[in-house]
Ligand binder design. Structure first.
Ligand SMILES: Cc1cc2nc3c(=O)[nH]c(=O)nc-3n(C[C@H](O)[C@H](O)[C@H](O)COP(=O)(O)OP(=O)(O)OC[C@H]3O[C@@H](n4cnc5c(N)ncnc54)[C@H](O)[C@@H]3O)c2cc1C
Length: 449
């Protein structure tokens, strides 16, 4: 990378060699076996923002520049001299391009189509490591600098804003965020797009479409998340749900050469995507965040050619004839030779304690009253009359030595067992016992009659 990159938005100091590696002459020769040589004029555009089909380029002479269109000439994002290559995660996903790539002088490149690149990364492990690492790190840099094709205007107090930000984040889509509560100059932005504060959250999609509180489906549509997917194509395997189970099925299916499509109602990661740190996942001794785990699995599945359709829910499975049909909520029907249903695992919740049951029932019957009552009394009810001892360990900020459980004045009233917990975790047994008791009761009543 040239020195000029120091001033660019993407100018990481720590992993520069991994984000923008220089291929050796021998590595370039191996890439050339899969593609074709192309000569470029100065200023020739070879990939553009919004392009549905992005090819992959390795520079063999001259220099390329990656720019984000803005103002005159666009904002320079990266400079790619001899031995460098283009692309980031969109190369694998087949989603639309986020930057414009053009030659800054007469240049020569090796050009590979996406399919040729996928074959290369599946067969050359050294190049696969270099490309995959660079693609992921480049996407991380784009996200960190908000260098995408989306601006979200909202407020951190608005559930709609949080939903949209979560959807973009969990889909690994870089976006800029303008917070109405903190950012000055927002009014100018709103005026430019003829929207008022009452319309938030607003999503400015690819510089022109202005969406007011859009659904996740609408966002996916506008950003073309599913544009490259042909839903009428018969698949070897359709996986429903992109939580850890669905992503694992996609990786193993695609790595064995199956044509795999994953259908996800929301965004990849499932419940695990909500976890800040998973400590018990095999192979990650120091733990990994659910988002990172899902991101890695998602990229791994794409590397083997699996496709992922997001914000599209499977509504029905028709297995009367083969290939089977998976119906989705946009009306399409996907033919599949095999289906893995990895979507039916709801978050397990067990309600323990009479007061929790009272709060849940109260909230169901009188939600407004319960909200007001808890707002008034909830804080006070959690206070203790004692003054805390200075410097005590409490297992929250500091571990209590020797024992990892929580202690307090409730120790005296706490019990080692709970009938309610036992009943909740042994529902079939409880149901059988109750049915038996009712049957015995009915029989006894009949005999008496
Ligand atoms: C906050 C939190 C922290 C956790 N921490 C841990 C931990 O540390 N260790 C641990 O072992 N486990 C943990 N878990 C549990 C773990 O995340 C789940 O066991 C795991 O995610 C289950 O994976 P799954 O793929 O089977 O299902 P899910 O993760 O539930 O994924 C199912 C997916 O299917 C999608 N879907 C549902 N219906 C449809 C449909 N009709 N069409 C298309 N898609 C659909 C959903 O949107 C979802 O993405 C945690 C869970 C949560 C919520």
């Amino acid at each position: 990378m040239s020195n000029s990159t120091r001033d660019l938005p993407i100018s990481p100091t720590a992993h520069m060699d991994h984000v923008f590696p220089t291929l050796t002459a021998e590595q370039i020769k191996r890439v050339a076996l899969h593609g074709r040589v192309r000569r470029l004029r100065a200023g020739e555009v070879i990939a553009d923002v919004g392009d549905a089909h992005m090819n992959f380029f390795v520079v063999t002479a001259g220099r390329l520049e990656a720019r984000r269109p803005s103002g005159t000439g666009g904002e320079l994002v990266a400079v790619l001299p001899l031995g460098h290559f283009t692309g980031e995660v969109t190369m694998l996903s087949g989603r639309r391009g986020l930057v414009r790539v053009q030659s800054s002088e007469p240049s020569e490149v090796i050009e590979l189509e996406r399919e040729q690149l996928l074959t290369l990364v599946q067969t050359d492990s050294e190049l696969s490591d270099i490309f995959m690492r660079a693609f992921i790190l480049r996407r991380a840099e784009l996200i960190a600098h908000g260098l995408g094709d989306v601006v979200v205007v909202g407020s951190s107090h608005s559930p709609g804003t949080l939903r949209i930000k979560e959807f973009l984040t969990r889909n690994g889509h870089p976006h800029a965020y303008v917070d109405l509560d903190h950012d000055t100059g927002v009014q100018e932005l709103l005026d430019r797009f003829h929207v008022s504060v009452a319309d938030v959250p607003i999503l400015i999609c690819r510089g022109d479409a202005v969406l007011r509180n859009p659904t996740n489906q609408r966002i996916a549509e506008c950003l073309g998340f599913n544009a490259a997917i042909d839903h009428s194509q018969a698949r070897d395997l359709v996986v429903i749900g992109a939580g850890p189970s669905g992503l694992a099925a996609a990786v193993y299916g695609a790595s064995e050469g199956l044509d795999v499509l994953v259908l996800e109602a929301n965004s990849p990661g499932g419940q695990a995507g909500l976890s800040s740190k998973i400590e018990n996942y095999l192979g990650f001794p120091t733990g990994i965040s659910g988002q990172d785990l899902a991101g890695r699995a998602y990229t791994q599945a794409q590397k083997f050619g699996a496709q992922m359709s997001v914000a599209q829910m499977a509504t029905r499975l028709a297995c009367e004839s083969t290939p089977y049909s998976v119906l989705i909520d946009n009306g399409a029907s996907v033919p599949a030779r095999a289906v893995v249903w990895a979507a039916h695992h709801r978050r397990r919740e067990i309600t323990v304690g009479g007061s929790a049951v009272k709060a849940i029932v109260g909230n169901k019957l009188f939600p407004r009253f319960a909200d007001r009552y808890l707002a008034k009394t909830g804080y006070e009810a959690q206070q203790l009359p004692q003054t805390p001892v200075d410097g005590r360990a409490d297992n929250l900020y500091e571990p209590v030595v020797a024992e990892a459980s929580t202690h307090g004045i409730f120790d005296d009233t706490a019990r080692g067992t709970s009938i309610q917990l036992w009943a909740t975790t042994h529902r079939p047994l409880v149901a059988t016992a109750l049915t038996g008791a009712v049957a015995v009761g009915v029989r006894a009543a009949r005999r008496r009659a």
